[in-house]
Write a protein that binds this ligand. Structure first.
Ligand code: F6R
Length: 615
């Protein structure tokens, strides 16, 4: 939620900050703003809307010069998205300026105190309170900016990644983090600040990812100093080499990031199993599992926590873990789990799934489980993210950057990693025969080619999308391994096309949703050849006799559903446990095409943000 960018060095800050904000727009896009020190004074421009609006606003309002700048793209928490509530926020004296990603929970009491001391506020934001608190501390304690930030942050309850500077000391920027990510790129005599490394990858490969409760004082011509917010103690700066490259974060000829990411899935899955699935040796090797095998084998149960699409991947994992490794699994929404006083013991293994690795509820859930002695295993995409670091062990998904807000390749790579883990554990427990194990490895290796094949239905899916794009509601039905895929298909449609959609286990239809079915209701039924295929066929017949419009996702060559359904979309045959990796593809494309036809902003749907760092 919210993206922050900053630059201090010999170059012009404006283009770096603006381009950086565009790359971080996936984090929030309600409003945007920039503050530049132009050599003599502080200039601020901010506006409701996207970064493109900000560019227009800058043209009309301020000059673009200056070697120091900070910028912000917002996902509103406190205060509606409007010009005044947009960041940056300036202190009452006009000297200090801040950008902030996160929430200051005790801002109301702090605001009251500041009002009593004569401060006034223009916006409804918690951030304006923070910058004035810093100003008050700076004046009262007669300390430098860094110290004032440190003292002020110790009075704050909440989460933040901030960048602050003082127009009277334009050679210095102070940054800090607690609960929201913050990276500092280290160039030659220049520094970049950003919520993730994407805004500065063409300038430097060296970065420091601040840890929670750390701050840094960045001075032009000097070295960066990292300190603990709590006690001001200096900590060694841990400079890491970035693995990211520019190509990975560009659209590469596709109209939208989402479409690019859908098409990247074959490669992403290969990247995910490379070095882990060793078919010739008939083994699966995953360091995080090997090193902690006892924990998994002695576990009473596995608890999976996640949100949104990652939660759907968790549901798929529940089927495969129980089916193959015979370990009891519970899948929980992180937001419910963390607040419901669950029974957790030292023999529980908690798997946290998160693309961003920053989702606040998932992070809080793992902290809670750890405090109760559970072993925490993270399945994250973003390397070095908070959840990855907070976990006792983990496995990255290696999907590469996912920029479209609607998750696609993150989902299928999460399922890939979780399937590998389930297979590895099944082998260790002896709950799978060696011939079945080999069959799975072979099939997993064939999945990327089969996804390529599934993607060939794109033109046909576009035709189907055109027929149903104006529907007001959709139902998605699936059974077994494909029930979570039905949930995921419905979520994809909702979030990017704003059409109401619900996913249901196919057999549950007759316990309620069947009442919704009439000739205007499109129903996507995942009806691939599987154990309960006949039962799904019966469900299709029930829909048909109520005149519902059936879009069947079927196994290549299937004739039974083809005859019953209004439309079918074929996917290649595979082992049932791996079928979600294929059946998901047409549902992603269906939602994509409908959203494009409805002229929606596919990559940045309204009200959403890519990484939900607030609860
Ligand atoms: C849906 C979507 C969200 C995320 C959810 C969790 O397309 O992207 O539902 O899956 O916000 O995010 P992560 O996986 O980053 O924890």
């Amino acid at each position: 939620m919210c993206g922050i960018v900053g630059y201090i060095g010999p170059r012009d800050a404006y283009p770096i900050v603006i381009e950086g904000l565009k790359r971080l727009e996936y984090r929030g896009y309600d409003s945007a703003g920039i503050a530049l020190y132009d050599g003599t004074d502080l200039k601020v421009a901010k506006t409701k809307g996207k970064v493109s609006e900000l560019e227009k606003c800058v043209e009309n309002e301020i000059t673009k010069t200056g070697n120091l700048g900070i910028g912000h793209t917002r996902w509103a928490t406190h205060g509606v998205p409007n010009d005044v509530n947009s960041h940056p926020h300036v202190s009452n004296s006009g000297d200090l300026v801040i950008i902030h990603n996160g929430i200051i929970e005790n801002y109301e009491s702090l605001k009251k105190e500041l009002i009593n001391r004569g401060y006034t506020f223009k916006s409804d934001t918690d951030t304006e309170v923070l910058i004035n608190l810093i100003e008050e501390v700076k004046k009262k304690e007669k300390v430098k900016l860094g110290k004032a930030v440190q003292i002020a942050l110790n009075q704050v309850v909440g989460a933040y990644a901030i960048a602050v500077f003082d127009k009277n000391k334009p050679e210095e920027v102070v940054v800090a983090r607690l609960g929201s990510p913050l990276a500092v790129g280290i160039g030659e005599d220049e520094f970049f600040i950003a919520s993730d490394a994407s805004p500065f990858i063409e300038y430097t490969k060296n970065a420091i990812y601040l840890e929670d409760e750390e701050m840094a004082i960045i001075r032009f011509h000097k070295k960066i100093k990292v300190r603990k917010i709590k006690n001001d103690a200096e900590v060694p700066a841990n400079i890491q080499e970035l693995q990211l490259n520019l190509e990975q974060i560009e659209k590469g000829g596709y109209e939208h990031f989402m479409l690019k990411e859908i098409h990247e899935q074959p490669k992403a899955i290969v990247d995910t199993y490379r070095g882990r699935l060793l078919r010739d040796e008939a083994i699966i090797k995953m360091a995080g599992i090997e090193d902690n095998m006892k924990k998994f084998l002695n576990a009473n149960r596995i608890i999976i926590v996640a949100c949104g699409t990652s939660w759907h991947a968790g549901l798929v994992a529940e089927y495969i873990f129980e089916d193959l490794a015979r370990i009891p699994v519970e899948v929980e929404y992180a937001s419910e789990f963390r607040y419901r006083n669950p029974v957790i013991t030292e023999n529980d293994v908690l798997i946290a799934i998160s693309q961003s690795g920053e989702t606040a509820d998932t992070l809080a859930a793992i902290k809670m489980a750890k405090s109760k002695g559970a072993f925490v295993f993270g399945v994250c995409n973003v390397v070095g993210s908070s959840i990855a670091r907070e976990s006792d062990a983990g496995a990255y998904t290696h999907a590469g950057p996912e920029i479209g807000v609607a998750s696609t390749k993150a989902f299928t790579t999460q399922i890939t990693v979780l399937s590998l883990i389930a297979l590895r554990l099944a082998r260790a427990k002896g709950t799978i025969s060696s011939s079945d194990f080999r069959r799975y490895l072979l099939e997993m290796e064939m999945i990327p080619n089969k996804i390529e094949k599934a993607l060939e239905s794109d033109a046909h899916i576009r035709v189907v999308s055109d027929i149903y794009k104006d529907a007001s509601n959709f139902l998605y039905l699936g059974r077994g391994y494909n029930f979570p895929v039905a949930l995921e298909g419905a979520l994809k449609l909702k979030e990017i096309s704003y059409i109401h959609a619900e996913g249901y286990p196919a057999a549950e239809m007759k316990h309620g949703p069947i009442a919704l079915i009439d000739e205007n209701m499109p129903i996507v039924v995942i009806a691939t050849r599987a154990e309960h295929y006949d039962k799904v066929v019966s469900n299709i017949q029930e829909i048909k006799s109520r005149k519902g419009k059936i879009i069947g996702v079927i196994t290549e060559g299937d004739t039974i559903v083809r005859e019953l359904a209004d439309h079918v979309i074929e996917v290649p045959d595979t082992i049932e446990a791996l079928s979600p990796l294929l059946t998901t593809i047409p549902l992603q494309l269906l939602s994509y095409h409908i959203a494009v036809m409805l002229n929606k902003n596919v990559d940045q749907p309204r009200n959403l943000a890519k990484s939900v760092t607030v609860e």
